[in-house]
Design a protein around this ligand. Structure first.
Ligand code: KIV
Length: 266
């Protein structure tokens, strides 16, 4: 396995091998992803929902994102770490966008940033790339626009929207993005976008034709048993495992079984 994944490795993987990306928000999750050979670790703003319990990603800010990014980068020795720029850290202006992207590298020690949107945020993306900061784009269901999209739903089903997404992907490539996340779009459209750009597409709910796949780690591990949309596959049932372990602890303390001699000092 290669020692360290670089931006060039991600770009040159297109058409050669499938890329993997998962989210992490803390040191040990990052450690296990890194040890398991995952190419990219995304410190997603999904942190707001799966770690902090918010109903969407809108209320998380730079302070929390940098705090968690630093924990992730401390453990990642091989994987490329991408910091997700939170809502209103780049939308309001180019200067602020470049400054905040820079903080992910300076303070978070991330290798790249991700931000949501196509042609509407192209000026920000160009300026961030010009500052020497690698950018991953994000199209389709862009959760920071949930109010505008009217909910978390599949995008690009109608012809105009699909064409706009193809143009957005091309604009992101032109602006210098090294890859693009495609979230919640029909399989055929994802295939078309993937073949229209020379940079890798990383799908989540976008079918098998993308150049790579990403999932939120809590979804993959089955930590939220109630959350099972079509695109999520549970590779473990950690919710069940955690509940059983904690219940066993409670029962053993209550009936005096724990701590026994093996777990006590003499
Ligand atoms: O915040 C996040 O976890 C993401 C992924 C779903 C791609 O943006």
């Amino acid at each position: 396995m290669k020692d360290k994944i670089t931006i060039q490795d991600i770009i040159s993987a297109k058409g050669q091998r499938k890329l993997t990306m998962l989210t992490a928000y803390d040191y040990y999750t990052s450690y296990y992803l890194d040890q398991s050979g995952i190419d990219m670790i995304l410190v997603g703003d999904s942190l707001a929902m799966v770690v902090l319990g918010h109903e969407d990603t809108l209320s998380i800010g730079m302070k929390e994102m940098l705090h968690h990014t630093r924990a992730v980068t401390r453990a990642a020795k091989r994987a490329l770490v991408i910091g997700d720029m939170p809502f209103m850290s780049y939308q309001a202006g180019i200067k602020e966008a470049v400054h905040n992207a820079g903080l992910f590298l300076k303070k978070g020690r991330a290798h790249a940033v991700k931000l949501e949107g196509g042609q509407k945020v192209i000026a920000q993306i160009k300026a961030i790339v010009d500052a020497g900061i690698p950018v991953q784009g994000h199209l389709g269901l862009t959760p920071q626009s949930v109010r505008q999209l009217g909910g978390f739903r599949v995008q690009g089903r109608d012809k105009n929207q699909a064409e706009e997404l193809i143009q957005d992907a091309k604009a992101l490539e032109q602006a210098g993005c090294f890859s693009i996340v495609l979230e919640a779009i029909p399989t055929e459209l994802a295939k078309q976008i993937t073949s229209s750009v020379s940079i890798p597409t990383i799908g989540i709910g976008a079918g098998p034709h993308c150049d790579g796949q990403v999932l939120v780690i809590h979804d993959l591990l089955g930590l939220n048993e109630a959350f099972k949309p079509k695109f999520v596959k549970h590779y473990a049932q950690l919710g069940k495992t955690i509940r059983e372990a904690i219940t066993r602890f409670r029962k053993e303390v209550e009936n005096g079984e724990f701590p026994d001699a093996e777990h006590s000092y003499f």
